[in-house]
Design a protein around this ligand. Sequence first.
Ligand SMILES: NC(=O)c1ccc[n+]([C@@H]2O[C@H](COP(=O)([O-])OP(=O)(O)OC[C@H]3O[C@@H](n4cnc5c(N)ncnc54)[C@H](O)[C@@H]3O)[C@@H](O)[C@H]2O)c1
Length: 281
Amino acid sequence: MYIKQVAVIGAGTMGADIAYVMANAGIPVIVKDVDESALTRAQAHIADLFQARVARGRISAADAQGRRDLITMTTADAALVEATLAIEAVSEDMRVKKRVFQDLDRILPPLSLIVSNTSALSISELASVTGRPQRVAGFHFFFPAHLMKLVEVISGQKTSADTIETLRRLAEEIRKIPVSVKECPGFVVNRVLMASMAEILAFQQETQVPYSEIDQAVVKSGIAPMGPFMLADALGLDVALEVNRTLFQAYGDRFRPAPQLEALVEKGHLGLKTKQGFYSY
Ligand SMILES: NC(=O)c1ccc[n+]([C@@H]2O[C@H](COP(=O)([O-])OP(=O)(O)OC[C@H]3O[C@@H](n4cnc5c(N)ncnc54)[C@H](O)[C@@H]3O)[C@@H](O)[C@H]2O)c1
């Protein structure tokens, strides 16, 4: 199946970056959010990403403008009627996602694919609220999606081989590396990432070593380009906690959410997006 037009549902941290990645590869994108201000922020973020490519001499200003023009922002469902693929990137909440999947199933042409960027939730459960479970899959980008190469392509119980093949080809077209993954809570990368994060949080609580010292040590050691606390703040502590809770429910004690993380989210300190998380911004 040829993907002519992509719809991205949710213009937050991930949705905005995914829309940029699609447009940068020459694919028309419609971005839908229920919140106008999220669309405005996404537009500004995408403009910055294109501007940075122009400043580095990677593309001309005219090319950047041409690619930006491939993106349409909307709050209206009616704008999605011609999408051949919808990528759901709304909040990590099964109830919210199911409503979005039901709406997309009603609005999109019958042969279009509907995929989720969920970090940990069940693809089969999302597929079950649609009349096209064979055309539903996980298509999981990593933060920040404009830089990270890997995309997990996740089969639900009823996902067809054609759907997976189409998504793998699309991932290559947008210059990503697809990895096919069977469904399980957290898939592969987030199980590993959250297990490491749980251990680091436990270490921090036992030793009271400041977050900044741990982050600096991780970066200096070359294990990762960014320390775990800085990364968690950037990707959103609410999202991290939701993923953590899903893994805790599925796998038990080794993923018990850390008290520091729960306390921050309870106070509304969600990281960069609220200017307060493990760090103040
Ligand atoms: N943040 C990350 O690092 C990261 C990485 C990989 C995957 N994910 C996953 O991607 C998804 C989105 O995460 P995020 O960090 O971008 O979240 P976010 O909170 O930054 O953005 C979510 C957006 O969805 C919008 N939204 C909520 N309900 C909606 C609806 N019914 N219709 C349209 N828009 C709606 C919100 O207004 C908001 O703008 C989640 O499933 C998350 O687990 C996140």
